[in-house]
Design a protein around this ligand. Structure first.
Ligand SMILES: [Zn+2]
Length: 244
C-alpha cells in the first residue's frame, strides 16, 4: 500500500511561489507525490464572504485516476474558513489563504506547510483507505499537541505542529486500531522530524530566549579568538622576524 500515490494540482493563482520540484523529490516511504496538472483560472466564489464552497471546488478539481488521491493547492478562503477540506474520498484542497503569511512570517516554508498536511492526509488515507470527507472532524482534536491531527481552529496554531510534527499518543492509539501498513509508524517517526525550522531560525530563537547566556558566549568567544590570534602572531613573528 505504501507509498501512497498523490497527485498535486495547482488551482488558480497561488500568489506565492511553491517549489514543486522539492515536493516531488521529497524522500518518503509514506507517499510519492507528482505534479503534472493545473487549473489556470478559477470561477467566481459562490459562498458567503467570497469563500469557495466544497460543491464549487468539486466541479474544479478532477480526481487523477492514476493516483490514490488528488490534492489541489489553492489560495482562496475555503468553506467554514478551514485551510484544508476533503472534498471526496479521493480529493482534497489545501489553501494558502492567510496560511502563507502565518507560515512565512514564522520562518517556515510553504513546502513545509504542504508536506505537513500531506502527511496528515496520508495517515488518514492509510488508516481508512480513503480521505473520509464526512467524518474527518472526529479525527482532529481541539487541544493543540503538536500533532498532525491538531484541529487548529485558530489558524496560527498550526505553527505548533510545523516544527518536527508528530502523532500524539491518542492519535497513535486510534491509528493502531486500524489495519495500517506495518512500516507506517516507523516511516513517520523517521520522516516527520525532517519537517523543521531552518538552523539559522532556530539559533535566532535560542538567542532571543537566552540573551544573557548568548552574550556570555559571545564575550567568551571574543576572548578566545584574541588568545588564538596572539598565539598565531607570536609564532609568525618567530618565522618572519620582520613582523615584530
Ligand atoms: Zn493527535
Amino acid at each position: 500500500m505504501l507509498p501512497i500515490k498523490i497527485s498535486l494540482v495547482s488551482l488558480g493563482a497561488l500568489k506565492h511561489p511553491v517549489n514543486v520540484s522539492l515536493l516531488e523529490g521529497w524522500q518518503s516511504r509514506v507517499f510519492k507525490l507528482h505534479h503534472d496538472a493545473s487549473v489556470g483560472h478559477l470561477p467566481d466564489a459562490d459562498g458567503d464572504d467570497w469563500q469557495y464552497t466544497d460543491a464549487c471546488l468539486r466541479g474544479v478539481l478532477q480526481q487523477d485516476p492514476d493516483a490514490d488521491f488528488t490534492l489541489g493547492i489553492i489560495n482562496v478562503p475555503l468553506e467554514g474558513n478551514f485551510y484544508l477540506r476533503r472534498l471526496t474520498d479521493k480529493t482534497g484542497v489545501l489553501s494558502l489563504y492567510e496560511m502563507a503569511e502565518i507560515v512565512l512570517y514564522s520562518e517556515f516554508t510553504l513546502e513545509q506547510y504542504i508536506l505537513r498536511n500531506i502527511y496528515e492526509l496520508s495517515v488518514l488515507f492509510a488508516a481508512n483507505g480513503k480521505l473520509i470527507p464526512s467524518d474527518y472532524g472526529s479525527w482532529a482534536h481541539d487541544e493543540v499537541r503538536g500533532c498532525l491531527f491538531d484541529m487548529n481552529s485558530s489558524k496560527s496554531d498550526i505553527l505548533f505542529s510545523m516544527h518536527r510534527p508528530k502523532l500524539c499518543p491518542a492519535c497513535k492509539t486510534r491509528i493502531a486500531a486500524k489495519q495500517v501498513p506495518a512500516e507506517l509508524f516507523s516511516a513517520l517517526e523517521q520522516e516527520l522530524p525532517r519537517i523543521k525550522k531552518a538552523l539559522f531560525s532556530r539559533m535566532t530563537e535560542w538567542v532571543k530566549l537566552h540573551p544573557i547566556f548568548a552574550l556570555l558566549i559571545a564575550s567568551a568567544s571574543a576572548v578566545l579568538l584574541n588568545i588564538v590570534a596572539s598565539f598565531i602572531y607570536e609564532k609568525a613573528k618567530r618565522i618572519y622576524p620582520w613582523l615584530g
